[in-house]
Design a protein around this ligand. Structure first.
Ligand code: PEP
Ligand code: MN
Length: 346
């Protein structure tokens, strides 16, 4: 059971609720987010009667939760959560398209790509400045310089930007440039990082670890949510299986499963999910048909010469053609591709 306090509930009200729970013989877990406090009621016995607690001053809701993911589950929040990213809502019944290169490589590259993906219908720009590479000898990203170029691309195109943050100390820096903080697959269980992005109160795109179960993904989301940051989007990006023909195995099952058990928006990443550009379109269309709220796609002006993930990157022409096909699939499942409210003309 969790007790959700009102935004702005006072310390006195919170202490009273905690004292009441303890007096009933339960322990508490208090999550103090910047916006609101959530009190978990812990104990092996049956949970207490919610009624008296729900009548206490400062309490917004008392929710019985049987799943281990308390706040991410639909028990806690039956309606779909939407996350505002720039001028659009992700998860509000439309199909959002996030696109851009794997890595920010130069100012011209990211600005040019931003215009190209916007023209084709993307409503957010992706690009890594801090890259989690399997080899320490591979390109590690431009760091803060890359963040500055992303911010410039946002200024010029109006597209909000999403970029990865890899360690807790870097959260304030990355948050000062980015609209959405990406947690990469390799960091899905970096709990200090999850707590830090939770405290940042920024929208977060949480990618599924390459060997993580759906439940583990949701428990990681719980770390962010339990800090009071409800702006979490989940991302299926392929898991590791015995198959080696493709880079990963995109778990299409995860899309309808997540849509059923959690209220958080679900984004599909077919680029990493399959790893070869000739298959990215088919997997993207399948993910849209399966109910994804959005797609994140790697697009490069010159994929053959990309500094990372060129093999799975689409060029702007193929990307534009894919967006047209995605709009047909979106229509078939009762959605439409999200568009920017007021495109900025530059
Ligand atoms: C990426 O988005 O470029 C990336 C590194 O993704 P993942 O963490 O899913 O491997
Ligand atoms: Mn990549």
């Amino acid at each position: 059971m969790v007790v959700i306090m009102e935004v702005g509930a006072g310390k006195r009200q919170i202490d009273d609720v905690i004292a009441r729970i303890r007096s009933l013989g339960y322990d508490v877990h208090v999550s103090e987010g910047r916006e609101r406090v959530v009190i978990g009621v812990i104990g092996n016995e049956r949970p207490p009667d919610p009624e008296p607690l729900s009548l206490m001053a400062g309490v917004r809701d008392v929710v019985r939760v049987s799943s281990p993911f308390k706040i991410a589950g639909r028990d806690y929040h039956p309606e779909d959560t939407t996350v505002r990213v720039g001028g659009t809502e992700v998860g509000g019944g439309e199909l959002s398209i996030i696109a851009g290169p794997c890595s920010v490589e130069s100012r011209d590259q990211i600005v040019e790509t931003a215009f190209a993906v916007r023209e084709a219908g993307a409503t957010a720009l992706r690009g890594g400045a801090f890259k989690p590479r399997s080899s320490p000898y591979s390109f590690q990203g431009l760091g803060e310089e890359g963040l500055r170029y992303l911010a410039e691309a946002r200024e010029r195109t109006g597209l909000p930007v999403i970029t990865e943050v890899m360690d807790p100390q870097a959260v304030p820096l990355v948050a000062s440039y980015a609209d959405v903080l990406q947690i990469g697959a390799r960091n899905m269980q970096n709990y200090a990082l999850l707590t830090a992005v939770g405290d940042s109160q920024r929208p977060v795109l949480l990618k599924r670890g390459m060997s993580a179960t759906i439940e583990e993904l949701l428990m990681s989301a719980e770390y962010i949510l339990s800090r009071g940051n409800m702006r979490v989007m989940l991302c299926e990006r392929g898991i590791r299986t015995f198959e080696t023909y493709t880079r990963n195995t995109f778990d299409i099952n995860a899309i309808p499963v997540l849509k059923r058990i959690t209220h958080l928006p679900v984004i599909a990443d077919p680029s990493h999910g399959v790893g070869k550009r000739e298959f990215v379109g088919a997997v993207a269309l399948a993910a849209a048909a399966a109910g994804a709220d959005g797609l994140i796609l790697e697009v490069h002006m010159d994929p053959e010469n990309a500094r990372s993930d060129g093999r799975q990157s689409l060029d702007p022409r193929d990307f534009a053609a894919l967006v047209r096909r995605l709009s047909l699939v979106a229509q078939a499942v009762g959605k439409r591709v999200s568009t920017m409210a007021e495109p900025v003309r530059a």
